[in-house]
Structure formats: structure tokens, C-alpha cells
Design a protein around this ligand. Structure first.
Ligand code: UDP
Length: 323
């Protein structure tokens, strides 16, 4: 198949592109390289079945060129990561909502099936955990800029389902804290990437708040498998699916794990959230997915344990620093 991956030079996108090429597909990447990086595609950079278009998903001309000959779309292009969202909420809303609207319109006009990337951030502070796709959501007020990202992704989901009602073959994946090689500690602010960078430099690991908040981390290879299945399996059409790992860990325990795996005896420094993100910030105290729908519809289950994934990420990190 000829597959378009928007945001294909990003963290998850570049792994998806690699996998699609390995499976024999032809891939077009549309990425404006604002969050994504050319280096992320370096392992497949000159692949004869890969075409990179540097452009913005909100630009109709770039989209028109990217859609030529395309039979399936993975729409991953978005402004992601709390630091970026807080830095320019307006741009984030324009790209995340405007971009998805354009991509869905282009898919509908051509009858091309699409998988839209969303986020577990839409659950907000959550009603109950593990959270299932049909659960109610609990977001904070618009005076707290963090929630703008959740709202942007929620609107993307509504757009996708509205198009599904008009006959478009569309599905949505909600990612739960994806980690692995190429996650950028600066760009996205991902906690695991940050801890690894800090450990590498021999600096303290910065735990925000008291470290008792929890997350569930899914290794990028697993997230790609779930995404692919959602994209190609007819049973996924019209559905929203959690893509996550059911194992939950506190951020303090995570810091201790990173310290053990990296073998660096760095201290842990607790930082008040207000000091990091300012006073207008709300933390999500707990986040863990109910994975039964993805298991039932896609036969998908994350396989890589946190220990194994952290080990692999650390090996990649060290190899990168030596280059
Ligand atoms: N976090 C932390 N130290 C850091 C970066 C993040 O303790 O240097 C915490 C953050 O407060 C949150 C969790 O790690 O509770 C995950 O943060 P991330 O930004 O990776 O993703 P989120 O789930 O908050 O979107």
C-alpha cells in the first residue's frame, strides 16, 4: 500500500514509518520539522519507497501533494508535549484542530481510510482508573492552559467520529505515555527522556511534586503495533481505542528504576510543580488505561515490559551520545 504518515519525522511517526517500510509499503511523510527531525528518519533516509514532503498539515498545497496516490493515512502531525503547548497555545490549537480538519476533509474527498492520533490527555484528571474509551472525561477550566491540548485532541476525535457518520473509514488511537528511542527530552518534555538525559549527565533526576502521581508507559514499538492494527483492521473503523500498557508506576518509582537501569548514582530532586510550570498548572495525579477494547477489537496487547523498554532506551541513548 501507499501510506501517508503526517508527522512522520516525529518520535512515534518515525518508528511507524520504519515499520511500514519494513513491511513492504510505500510511504509518504508530511512533516514541517517543527517538532519532528530529519535525523529521526536517518535509518531509512534514502529508502527508495520513502518520500519526505516538508510542509504544514494546515497548508492545502502541501496536503494536496502529500495525498497523491495515497491509499491509507496515519495522521500524527500535532504540536505535542506540555512545554510546547504552554509556550504557544494558539499555534497548538491551530495545528491540532485546523490540521486534523484538513486531513479528514482530504481523506473524505478521496475516500481514503485514516487513523487519527489522539491522547490519554483527553481523560484529564479522570473519573475512574483504569480508564475506558466510553468513560466520562474530567478536564479543568480554560484558565489552565494545559487543558487546551486535551480539548484540541477531543475536538479531533469529534471531527473524526462526525466524518465516520458521513461514511469515512476513520479510527482514533489514544496514546498513553509512549516512550523509547528518539523521544526528545527538550522538545516534548517526556519524563523518561528527561530522566535518561539527567542520569547521563550525572545530574539529579527532577521529580515534580511528591512523585506519587502515576503513569503507564508504553514502549514505542508496541505503540506502533497497536497503531498499525487500528489503521488496517476493518473492525477498528468508527472506534476510539486506548493504546497503552496496563502496568502503572509512580513517578518516584520510575526515577528509582531509571537510576538502577542506568547505574548512575544520581540523587533525586523534588521540584514543586508551580516552580516548573508556573501557578496556572494542574497535574494529572493518576493515569492508567483499560486495554480491553484494543485487546478485543485489535487482538493487541503491549508486550515490552517497562524494565526491558527502559533498558533498550538507555542503550540507544548511550549510543547516540557517543556519535
Ligand atoms: N515529570 C517529572 N519530572 C520531569 C518531567 C515530568 O516528575 O522532569 C512528571 C510530570 O509531572 C508527570 C509525569 O512525570 O506527572 C509525566 O510527565 P510527561 O510530561 O512525560 O507526560 P504527561 O503524562 O504529564 O503528559
Amino acid at each position: 500500500m501507499h501510506v501517508l504518515v503526517t508527522g512522520g519525522a516525529g518520535f512515534i511517526g518515525s518508528h511507524l514509518v520504519e515499520r511500514l517500510l519494513a513491511d513492504g509499503h510505500t510511504v509518504t511523510v508530511l512533516d514541517d520539522l517543527s517538532g519532528g527531525r530529519r535525523e529521526n528518519l536517518a535509518p531509512v533516509g534514502d529508502h527508495p519507497r520513502l518520500r519526505l514532503i516538508v510542509g504544514d498539515v494546515t497548508d492545502p498545497a502541501a496536503l494536496g501533494a502529500a495525498f497523491e496516490g495515497v491509499e491509507l493515512v496515519f495522521h500524527l502531525a500535532a504540536v505535542v508535549g506540555i512545554p510546547r503547548v504552554l509556550a504557544d497555545p494558539l499555534r497548538m490549537i491551530r495545528v491540532n484542530v485546523g490540521g486534523t480538519e484538513r486531513v479528514l476533509e482530504a481523506c473524505a474527498a478521496r475516500g481514503v481510510p485514516v487513523c487519527v492520533a489522539s491522547s490519554s490527555e483527553v481523560y484529564g484528571k479522570g473519573i475512574r482508573w483504569p480508564a475506558a474509551e466510553d468513560d466520562d472525561l474530567r478536564l479543568g477550566p480554560p484558565t489552565v492552559p494545559r487543558w487546551a491540548y486535551a480539548v484540541s485532541k477531543l475536538l479531533d476525535e469529534h471531527l473524526a467520529l462526525a466524518w465516520a457518520r458521513r461514511g469515512l473509514s476513520v479510527r482514533v488511537v489514544r496514546y498513553f505515555n509512549v516512550y523509547g528511542p528518539r523521544a526528545d527530552p527538550q522538545g516534548y518534555g517526556y519524563v523518561i527522556a528527561r530522566f535518561m538525559e539527567q542520569a547521563w549527565r550525572g545530574e539529579p533526576l527532577t521529580v515534580y511534586g511528591d512523585g506519587r502521581q502515576t503513569r503507564s508507559f508504553i514502549y514505542v514499538e508496541d505503540a506502533v503495533e497497536g497503531t498499525l492494527r487500528a489503521g488496517v483492521l476493518p473492525a477498528a473503523a468508527g472506534h476510539v481505542l486506548n493504546i497503552g500498557h496496563p502496568e502503572e508506576i509512580s513517578i518516584l518509582a520510575l526515577a528509582e528504576k531509571v537510576r538502577a537501569i542506568t547505574g548512575r548514582s544520581v540523587p533525586i530532586r523534588f521540584l514543586p510543580l508551580a516552580e516548573v510550570y508556573g501557578p496556572d498548572f494542574e497535574e494529572v495525579p493518576r493515569r492508567v488505561p483499560d486495554v480491553s477494547k484494543a485487546r478485543a477489537l485489535l487482538g493487541f496487547e503491549a508486550r515490552v515490559t517497562l524494565d526491558e523498554g527502559l533498558q533498550r532506551t538507555w542503550e540507544w541513548w548511550q549510543a547516540c551520545q557517543r556519535v
